[in-house]
Ligand binder design. Structure first.
Ligand SMILES: Cc1ncc(COP(=O)(O)O)c(C=O)c1O
Length: 462
């Protein structure tokens, strides 16, 4: 792939031990840096910013036109069918909650226990068939086949709607799920398939029509477009029959109380003024990544991911966690733990002493991480390094060197436990000097002065 320029790439960050280093971001799976072209596109459109579907000014006409064109960029990126609807949301979580809200009343849901909480929790008011962690992709197919067959038997002839919902790639192990094969099993039993593509979309081409998948959900901020937009793409019939996800302006054709004539999707579920800049950023990222994902990017990333695993394997006591055989295809995400060393401490020290960002905890996928670490694991937390555009071989070597040094010698600073996390104690790193956010920063400094080691908070409980 041509090198993708990133905002803040190689920015200097302060260390607790003094001085600064160029930051190394290995936490793409949580959120990716903004692509320069995405930021430039947003800056370029800002002077033309106006209300969408709500005004007669020229900027409104421009933004309304572009907003609808953005749907076409998303459609092309996902490989959707011409009649699939493209609904703009806030992120993958929002998209999957919207889909859960729109399922037919009697719909049964089938999913593996390996999912991110965003694809685990929204379905719970339905009949959910939760399948265990499969030993292999073939086992996943068997488990799904057996669960659908058993549900079909139980329902007799009059079975209702069924949805199989699965991740395209695991946010914990990076392993790529056999999406097309699982969708094929689902189809044999008349079930639809939804793919949580939050982790797959930045790394692999999506092909809804080719895979025969009914819905896809993904987030802009993991796709180098952190402007608060995501998308749900898929078959319009259930979405058009469901009550609006949000009720309000823009979602109706006519209101003559008490009668309300709701618009079909996508407007039906997009009430309120849209996040036009977010949608525009998302569509720009889709256009930017569409061709490279289908050509060079995957190969380059595979090479770096393999190097990362090789480097990690050389660190004594380190285990890379995976569900399946090591040869199974993965995106550039690796979860690991080091015997006898708290994962949170390593993560905090990598950041505070080396300027390297990774993630620690259970990655909002508690059941899978528990399964991978086993019951007896000391702190129940692992470390995750994830790569994407802009990462080089040198970065991987620098990371492996810093990690090996921490494992061998321990941290050079003191850290305090804050729940499952560790924080430098003290933390002398100054906040960056911002001009436009200066007042906000002042408030943050006041907060810090009042409670110097205030809990940072742990998303997903770790
Ligand atoms: C596989 C997967 N699904 C869903 C989500 C939720 O994404 P978001 O926080 O953008 O809603 C994530 C986030 O990490 C994820 O990795």
């Amino acid at each position: 792939m041509r090198k993708m320029a990133l905002v803040g790439d190689r920015q200097w960050v302060p260390l607790v031990t003094g001085g600064e280093v160029r930051r190394l971001d290995l936490d793409y799976a949580a959120t990716a840096p903004c692509a320069l072209q995405v930021r430039d596109a947003v800056d370029e459109i800002l002077p033309w910013y106006g209300s969408v579907h709500r005004g007669d000014g020229f900027p409104s006409a421009v933004c309304t036109e572009l907003q609808e064109a953005c749907r076409e960029s998303v459609r092309a990126f996902t490989g959707a069918r011409p009649d699939d609807t493209v609904i703009f949301t806030r992120n993958t979580t929002d998209s999957l909650n919207l889909l859960a809200h729109a399922l037919p009343e009697d719909c049964e849901v089938f999913g593996f226990a390996t999912e991110h909480h965003a694809n685990l929790l929204p379905w719970d008011r339905r009949t959910v068939h939760r399948l265990p962690v499969p030993d292999s992709p073939a086992h996943a197919l068997e488990l799904l086949d057996a669960a659908l067959a058993s549900a079909a038997r139980a329902a007799g002839r009059g079975g209702g709607a069924r949805l199989v919902t699965l991740a395209g790639a695991s946010n914990v192990t990076g392993e790529v799920w056999p999406v097309a094969e699982l969708a094929g099993v689902a189809r044999r039993f008349g079930a639809r398939t939804a793919v949580d593509a939050a982790q797959l979309a930045p790394h692999r081409p999506l092909d809804m029509a080719g895979w025969d998948v009914d819905y896809v959900a993904f987030s802009g901020h993991k796709l180098y477009a952190p402007y608060g937009a995501g998308a749900l793409v898929g078959r319009p019939d259930w979405l058009d029959a469901a009550p609006p996800y949000l009720a309000g302006g823009g979602a109706t054709r006519q209101v003559d109380l008490p009668a309300v004539d709701w618009a079909p999707s996508p407007q039906r579920h997009e009430a309120g003024s849209p996040n036009f800049l977010g949608n525009y950023a998302l569509a720009t990222a889709c256009e930017l990544l569409h061709a490279p994902l289908r050509s060079g990017l995957v190969v380059q990333e595979q090479r770096l991911a393999a190097l990362l695993e090789r480097e990690l394997a050389r660190i004594p006591g380190l285990t890379v966690h995976r569900m399946w055989d090591a040869r199974h295809p993965k995106v550039g995400t690796v979860t690991f733990s080091v015997r006898g060393v708290a994962s949170g401490l390593l993560s905090a020290a990598l950041s505070a002493e080396h300027g390297i960002a990774v993630r620690t905890g259970r990655f909002c996928a508690h059941p899978l991480v528990k399964h991978l670490l086993g019951e007896g694991h000391a702190d129940g937390a692992a470390l995750r390094a994830s790569i994407g555009a802009g990462i080089t071989e040198q970065d991987i070597s620098d990371f492996a060197w810093a990690l090996a040094r921490l494992v061998e010698r321990g941290p050079a600073w003191s850290y305090r436990r804050d729940g499952a996390r560790f924080v430098p104690d003290p933390d002398p790193r100054p906040m960056p000097a911002l001009s436009h956010g200066a007042r906000v920063q002042l408030r943050a400094a006041e907060r810090r002065a009042e409670a110097p080691l205030a809990p940072v908070g742990a998303a997903c409980g770790g």
